[in-house]
Design a protein around this ligand. Sequence first.
Ligand code: ADP
Length: 232
Amino acid sequence: MKITSDPARVIELRDVVKTYAGRVPVHALQPVNLLVGKGESVAIVGPSGSGKSTLLNILGLLDTPTRGAYFLEGVDVTAADEVTRGAVRGQKFGFVFQSFHLLPHRTVAENVELAMMYARIPAVERRERTQNALETLGLIHRREADPRELSGGERQRTAIARAICLNPEVLFCDEPTGNLDSHNTGIVMDILADLHENGQTIVLVTHNLELAKLMRRTVSVRDGMVSERVNS
Ligand code: ADP
């Protein structure tokens, strides 16, 4: 059978269920059907404990569904092994997650470049992309700083620079404005809005309803159940 890919259907979940095993199993996601099209931006919102991180981790291939199917660009990768999943994450996805820390004792520019080294992007190209990303994100004056010397907003922007330098098919963000003051929240919101305008596919989890409104669609999760609407 010939498998035809469909780049417009970047991620599709079909009847995805997630149950965490344990003495009392937790039904974190009820059957979810979700299509993320190329160039779309999706905000996942909902109360704490509702299943947002679970959904984000499954969409980012960081966790596997208990049941249901995951299609990447039209190809069923539900049963892919961890090596394949890791390769897909590296080639197609970018993550701005609190848990993916910046490296201390490395400069901002080195942090951004390192991710590209792992992706085997040639040195000249790496330097050019780093320069462009740091300029776009207003960090050029901080390029030689150690991440420990940065403000929360600068750190978040460095993490975004690191992710977008890899030109990911999908940019995943977990609470990108969490822990930021209102000034930096505004800056990060503008950056994400610009990325969306420029056709970047974005999936993010947020408590910030203003940020959610900047995305094309809002997916609400409540007790593991998903409903969605298109933002006007
Ligand atoms: P949110 O991101 O909306 O706060 P989560 O997706 O983290 O919600 O959690 C959804 C539900 O699944 C919660 O009841 C949570 O306690 C539970 N849960 C999350 N991760 C695990 C895990 N690794 N093992 C067991 N239960 C989990």
